[in-house]
Design a protein around this ligand. Structure first.
Ligand code: ZN
Length: 255
């Protein structure tokens, strides 16, 4: 089986970036869509992701930060509760300034847990700011898995998929990420599905049971490139040997 670990990082505060930020990136959007969408809705797509994934009968993991520039994770309280109650997984999107400090990670974890009322077992560091001391800290804090590791930015090889056990946590390297595909790998929108196909074929050649971790940021769904998400789900769900999972499900499978 080729397992897809499907996840979304929620990088921006709920009301989105400043108008200046959005205007300077106007060309990332279709003109008509840009004009008819309220600025605060251009980067926020949690309801759209839920609707799409529900349609395909799948669930994913959303990683939330607890620090937002000019915002607060509590602004997302209703979204987090709704996701959690409808069986999406909530993971911690740890701040890069917390990774070297056990107490800081603990505080972030507890803040998020106070919203869901359930233990958080998954972690991903914002900007994939992984370091070798992180797994041990995560284990001490009761996390089961991490997905912050990525070796290169411009290619996908056998190191960027699968899973490994590192100091007590299962590590799922990020295999396919929106930003790397469009910037470092320069994949055009109409080549995205073939890139997924290529990655799946590599996975099939490596292991009978393999994990491909897909990171599609919350803010990209309406953008060029990011808007291919529905086609990606169509493609993945059409493959007989592919199952789409949350991180928490994979931990159960591989423990
Ligand atoms: Zn992030």
């Amino acid at each position: 089986m080729q397992y897809i670990f499907l996840s979304h990082d929620v990088d921006w505060r709920r009301q989105g970036p400043s108008i200046e930020h959005i205007l300077s990136r106007k060309d990332r959007f279709d003109v008509k869509l840009f004009e008819k969408t309220k600025p605060e809705d251009l980067y926020r797509n949690i309801p759209e992701y839920m609707e799409l994934e529900e349609k395909f009968g799948i669930r994913s993991t959303f990683f939330f930060r607890t620090f937002y520039e000019n915002g607060d994770v509590l602004d997302y309280e209703d979204d987090i509760k709704q996701l959690h109650e409808s069986n999406w997984e909530i993971g911690l999107h740890t701040d890069p300034t917390s990774v070297d400090n056990l107490e800081k990670i603990q505080k972030e974890k507890e803040k998020l847990e106070s919203i869901t009322g359930k233990q958080i077992i998954g972690n991903r560091v914002h900007y994939l700011n992984y370091n070798s001391g992180l797994p041990e800290k995560l284990t001490k804090l009761g996390f089961s898995y991490d997905s912050s590791l990525r070796y290169s930015k411009d290619r996908i090889d056998d190191k960027e998929m699968g899973y490994s056990r590192i100091n007590g946590v299962i590590e799922f390297p990020v295999t396919l990420m929106d930003a790397y595909l469009f910037t470092y790998m320069k994949i055009q929108e109409d080549k995205i599905i073939s890139e997924f196909q290529k990655t799946l074929d590599l996975g099939r050649s490596l292991a009978e049971n393999n994990v491909i971790s897909v990171l599609w940021h919350d803010n990209v769904l309406k953008m060029k490139g990011g808007r291919m998400y529905k086609q990606i789900l169509e493609f993945l769900t059409s493959q007989d040997d592919v199952e789409i999972k949350r991180g928490a499900d994979l931990v159960k499978i591989f423990s």
